[in-house]
Ligand binder design. Structure first.
Ligand code: ADP
Ligand code: MG
Length: 292
């Protein structure tokens, strides 16, 4: 008797750039903290070597989306695939730069130590750093112009310098996917241009970048695609298609104030609308979120 094999084992799909595997595939993501709905059924995808900008008012779920992609926040519904695998299995390949407000700066560590922390994902928490680890951390600091600060305490640095150190920490591990939460905030024009140049370099080297920002001209010049977020995904696509007044008004509500400064357009909110982030859907469930 011949037993027909029902399933044939597939050869593993390559996730190299150019293979067609999506860098990030976000499917029906819903995130809730207690009774606060942060994201509702968000679906979009990011190709490899693409730069995607996320814009939205305060409280619209930008940071939650980043944390969810990184696997730091567990979604209520939906899933995130990174390079074809569940995000929780790909943590080592994701670099994450939190917004400055989310970082504990009083911690007594040096700039060099922070950069070296970027290697923990690769070497595990309790192994001693190898020469490769040190070299990678130092090269990342050098790239960001922070090598000369390596013995300084992180708490002594300016906001822009801290951000460069966080970027060095992420780059030390050579991530395939880089998530940057409001990387432009608080940087002067020169530092912003330097960061944009670094993003271009990284993209050319094969890195996929997702950044959240309030700087509309940054996304319109540097990002291939823009995601307009306000709990739900209001629009997603190329900046010229997406950044219309209608979409921006839907995204930022009636509180949008566009300010043009130094040839750049910034979106400000007049004030936060308290009701906008707390609408309960009919199928509301009790809390079961997990946090780091
Ligand atoms: P954004 O980064 O766009 O400002 P967030 O993702 O930080 O938005 O927040 C989205 C919503 O989730 C907001 O209403 C915020 O108050 C809420 N939220 C974010 N983090 C937490 C948390 N750890 N606990 C409770 N609510 C939170
Ligand atoms: Mg945020």
């Amino acid at each position: 008797m011949v037993v027909q094999q029902k399933y044939t084992r597939k050869t593993p799909v390559s996730d190299e750039p150019g293979s067609g595997t999506l860098a990030i595939d976000i499917r029906g993501l819903t995130v809730r903290y207690n009774n606060v709905l942060a994201l509702e059924h968000v679906t979009f995808s990011v190709s490899q070597q693409e730069i995607v900008g996320i814009i939205g008012p305060n409280g619209s779920g930008k940071s939650s989306l980043m944390k969810c992609i990184m696997g730091l926040v567990k979604p209520r519904k939906g899933e995130v695939l990174v390079l074809g695998q569940p995000n929780t299995e790909q943590r080592k390949r994701i670099g994450y730069i939190p917004q400055l407000e989310d970082v504990e700066w009083d911690f007594p560590v040096t700039v060099g130590d922070v950069a070296l922390m970027g290697r923990y994902a690769r070497r595990g928490l309790f192994r001693r750093p190898t020469r490769d680890d040190r070299q990678a951390a130092e090269a990342a600091l050098q790239r960001l112009g922070m090598y000369e600060f390596k013995n300084r305490l992180i708490g002594e640095l300016s906001g822009g310098q801290r951000r460069r150190v966080l970027l060095a920490r992420a780059l030390a591990n050579g991530p395939s996917v880089l998530l940057m939460d409001e990387p432009m905030a608080g940087l002067d024009a020169r530092a912003q241009h330097r960061l944009l140049d670094i993003m271009d370099e990284l993209r050319d080297e094969g890195t996929t970048i997702v950044l959240s920002t309030h700087d509309l001209s940054c996304v319109s010049t540097c990002a291939a695609k823009v995601a307009c977020l306000n709990q739900r995904l209001i629009a997603f696509g190329e900046p010229t298609e997406v950044l219309t007044e209608k979409v921006l008004n839907q995204t930022f509500g009636t509180h949008l104030l566009l300010v043009h400064l130094d040839g750049q357009a910034y979106a400000y909110q007049h004030h936060v609308h308290p009701s906008s982030a707390t609408i309960e859907p009919p199928d509301s469930q009790p809390e079961e979120q997990q946090f780091p």
